[in-house]
Design a protein around this ligand. Structure first.
Ligand SMILES: *Cc1c(COP(=O)(O)O)cnc(C)c1O
Length: 381
């Protein structure tokens, strides 16, 4: 059947009809007074989402562009930085830092395990000369379904006093609590196709006062992603370059929806969806890839005792449900169910039931049909 596609990957995520309709308009001038009001509202609501009094800037880039802006505006070639790698996106931070000539020390954990705060503590406490300029990490590691303990690590960075804390919150913002000011996170990068519930195409960067100080002396070359220009224009409800006007109409509607639901309710929903998904997998005899205590609120990684790509393609063929596969060495080993953004209990009950039917079809060993749905329903009730 056509037009029954169900998108359950950790980005792009499903887009609400209200957002789609908001985008289905003729564009207006990005410097018109009408659009200036839209920029003003978006900026206010983005600060609400980030729980910050400081700046949140909108960029026409994917999430990686926001990450890049978060590096090049605040650091200089040769700067000593700690970058954390426990998955594909942590690895991306390391590559990005190296591409701009930073002196990178990598803090790593095995993919599927969380970062250890002691590793940060050791390096930062030993740095009496205060030569470490930044600590760079991923909050929710989408590739493995693991969330890192950003709150604890932020305290350690604060104790160091000098280093900036630069965070990829692409799949944690809008899914779990990321109180930017309270935790003292200097730079937060995110992207539109994840928790924001709008299509791909925009990136967001929050910038603390401390980060703006670093901006003044940072020497990595920058032009399009020079955040100083974005701040100057954003303060006047304008933008330095042409903005994706229609996507921003969508963002306006999405942020209004988020405000109507409320941050606490959004976080609770993601928590419930995560728990329901995990309990269902356990009941179905599908091993989870990472432990419960560091489960990402956005995505659950599952390591079936069969070819995960076969399972994924059968689910797609039979039910037109897209779940994500494993990346790099995890390809074929795991599949990942996205439950980020515009996702509700009904969606997951559907996915779990379809997964059970698929496993039945494939003769998965040890399957107890119906057990997954029952386990999820128990959590959702
Ligand atoms: C999706 C994602 C990104 C951004 O990827 P883009 O393809 O550049 O939008 C960055 N970090 C994490 C953790 C992600 O999940």
């Amino acid at each position: 059947m056509q037009n029954k596609h169900m998108l359950m990957i950790p980005g792009p995520t499903p887009v609400p009809e209200r957002v789609l309709l908001a985008m289905a308009k003729h564009p207006i001038g990005h410097r018109s007074s009408d659009f200036s009001k839209v920029i003003g509202e978006l900026t206010e609501n983005l600060k609400w989402l980030h729980q910050t009094e400081s700046d949140v800037l909108m960029l026409t880039v994917s999430g990686t562009g926001a990450m890049e802006a978060g590096i090049i505006n605040f650091l200089s070639p040769g700067d000593r930085v700690l970058a954390a790698d426990n998955g594909k996106f942590g690895e991306r931070w390391v590559k990005l830092c190296k591409a701009f000539g930073l002196n990178v020390e990598v803090i790593s954990s095995e993919w599927g395990k969380p970062l250890k705060k002691e590793d940060f503590q050791e390096k930062l406490e030993a740095d009496k000369e205060k030569t470490i300029k930044a600590v760079i990490m991923t909050h929710s590691e989408t590739s493995t379904g693991v969330i890192n303990d950003l709150e604890s690590i932020s305290k350690i960075v604060k104790d160091h006093g000098e280093a900036l804390l630069i965070v990829d919150a692409v799949t944690s913002l809008g899914a779990t609590n990321v109180p930017v000011d309270k935790w003292g996170i200097d730079v937060v990068a995110s992207g539109s196709q994840k928790g924001y519930m709008i299509p791909p195409g925009m990136g967001f960067v929050s910038v603390s006062k401390k980060a703006w100080k670093a901006y003044e002396t940072a020497k990595i070359p920058r032009f399009y992603l020079d955040l100083g220009k974005y701040k100057k224009e954003t303060d006047k409800n304008s933008s330095p370059y042409t903005t994706p006007v229609n996507l921003m109409y969508g963002l306006q509607a999405a942020l209004q929806m988020m405000k109507e639901e409320g941050l606490e309710a959004i976080f609770e929903r993601h928590q419930r969806l995560t728990q329901g998904t995990r309990e269902a997998m356990k009941a179905m005899g599908l091993p989870l890839f990472g432990p419960d205590h560091c489960a990402s609120p956005a995505v659950t990684a599952v390591a079936p005792t069969m070819d995960a790509e076969k399972l994924r393609s059968t689910l797609r063929k039979k039910f037109d449900i897209a779940v994500a596969g494993g990346q790099d060495h995890l390809k074929g080993q795991i599949f990942r169910i996205g439950h980020l953004g515009f996702v509700c209990e009904r969606d997951l009950l559907t996915v779990i039931a379809a997964l059970e039917a698929t496993l039945l079809d494939l003769g998965y060993e040890g399957l107890n049909p119906g057990a997954g749905v029952a386990a999820a329903a128990k959590v959702f009730n």
